[in-house]
Design a binder for this molecule. Structure first.
Ligand code: BDR
Ligand code: CA
Length: 313
């Protein structure tokens, strides 16, 4: 089978960085058309910088990186330096990027690519707030039906929230954008906190990555070591959840995850529960299913895949 064409839409973020590296290490399964950056974990200027630093770390200065929206559609930007550090990519010491950003806005690139590529041949992989994707859908609604699938990290049902008691960060930052994407009709596969909180970089898993001994592996071990201090303190968990790489792992090896095809709607107005992903896991409403919402992950399988792939870079 030929590799699947994808665009990663991202706000790096240590876990975003690992997702990008996993994609770059998997050319048999994944043809990365480009990386589009959005404001999220840190402001746009930094996410666009971090994405290029990660490509350079992997020796892939040929990857096209675009900058996109610098704020959510209808509200002020909320960032997460408390999790990811001041740069968004705290942990390793990486050189400033030399590769340029592509000319043009990420949203224009998304629209043009979806127009030019054969219908339903491109999968979007958003691992930050959904602002770029929703803006593209608003601007050019005719491209919506040309998307093959959206595989995203965001939301929660059983784990409820990580940035408010009711909401996960990516959805909370831009609930209006999330609502546009979840009601778009594009086939959606969702990696919520319910699965990403099962995929923890424990000490031995971090050690196995570090033991690969390459500059990429060392940087990943340092990133996850930084990132995990927050989750250890907050949840008392065994290590950092590798949220965003779940999307890429799913594209490479879908049987690592299982879930339910259910209705998922986004709370866009309530002050108390803004950004909540209301997933009808138990099928108690008559609302039509619109998303495969994952509920469990094979964490050991995930880490053996990740470790093996990182050793290729
Ligand atoms: C999500 O928020 C960000 O902090 C992470 O990169 C991930 O995409 C987890 O809630
Ligand atoms: Ca992210």
């Amino acid at each position: 089978m030929s590799p699947r064409k994808i665009i990663i839409d991202t706000d790096p973020g240590q876990d975003d960085a690992v997702a990008i590296l996993l994609a770059l290490a998997s050319p048999e399964e994944i043809d990365l058309l480009s990386i589009t950056c959005v404001a999220g974990n840190v402001p746009l200027e930094l996410t666009a910088r971090n994405a290029r630093m990660v490509c350079e770390l992997a020796g892939r200065t040929d990857v096209k990186v675009f900058a996109g929206c610098d704020r959510p559609m209808g509200r002020d930007l909320v960032t997460a330096e408390h999790v990811h550090g001041k740069t968004g990519l705290d942990g390793p010491t990486l050189p400033d990027p030399q590769m340029p950003l592509q000319d043009g806005h990420a949203v224009e690139f998304l629209v043009e690519t979806l127009r030019q590529e054969p219908a339903r041949s491109v999968t979007l992989v958003p691992i930050g707030p959904l602002t770029n994707i929703a803006t593209a859908f608003r601007k050019a609604p005719e491209v919506i039906e040309r998307v093959q699938e959206i595989v995203l990290m965001g939301g929660a049902y059983f784990q409820v929230g990580n940035v408010t008691p009711a909401a996960e960060f990516n959805i909370y930052v831009d609930p209006q954008a999330a609502d546009i994407v979840f009601s778009s009709g594009v086939p959606l596969t969702v990696m919520p906190l319910d699965v990403t909180h099962q995929v923890l970089v424990t000490g031995p898993r971090n050690g196995a990555i570090r033991a690969i001994g390459t500059p990429v592996a060392k940087a990943v071990a340092e990133m996850t070591a930084f990132f995990e201090r927050y989750d250890r303190e907050k949840y008392g968990s065994d290590g950092a959840p590798l949220h965003d790489p779940c999307t890429i792992a799913y594209l490479i090896q879908p049987d690592l995850f299982s879930g339910r095809y259910v209705n998922v709607e986004i709370e866009t107005t309530s002050e108390l529960t803004l950004g909540m992903t209301v997933a009808d896991w138990w099928g108690v409403s008559d609302r039509a299913p619109n998303a495969t919402f994952m509920g469990s992950a094979d964490a050991d399988g995930f880490f053996s895949l990740l470790t093996e792939r990182l050793s290729r870079l």
